[in-house]
Design a protein around this ligand. Structure first.
Ligand code: SF4
Length: 99
């Protein structure tokens, strides 16, 4: 394979973390299976997360059992970007973690 199309090495664990847009996630879960480092789970929204939703996202969350993706092992993320690619709702982005 030509060197120009070899993907760059992943980042060290914990340098980046996935951030989930609570107004977009529909708990479909492709991020759970796509992540090679088991960063995600689908689990119930906390009372605080629910309180932070607007009217329509609250209805949407209700329709999906009040569950969404959570980055429960964000410190294992190596920024491969697979979760960002597979999310049908475009609900995930990567952010540099604070030092
Ligand atoms: S960027 Fe890769 S390692 Fe990080 S959470 Fe997404 S799928 Fe997992």
């Amino acid at each position: 394979m030509p060197e120009s199309i070899v993907k760059p090495c992943p980042q060290p664990p914990g340098k980046y973390e996935p951030v989930i847009d609570r107004s977009r996630c529909e708990a479909k879960g492709p991020c759970v299976t796509a992540c090679p480092y088991d960063v995600f789970e689908i689990s119930p929204l906390t009372a605080e997360e629910k309180a932070g939703l607007g009217f329509f996202p609250k209805l949407k969350a209700f329709a999906h059992g009040n569950k969404q993706a959570h980055a429960v092992r964000a410190d294992a993320c190596q920024a491969c970007g697979k979760c960002v690619e597979v999310c049908p709702e475009k609900a995930i982005r990567l952010r540099l973690r604070a030092a």
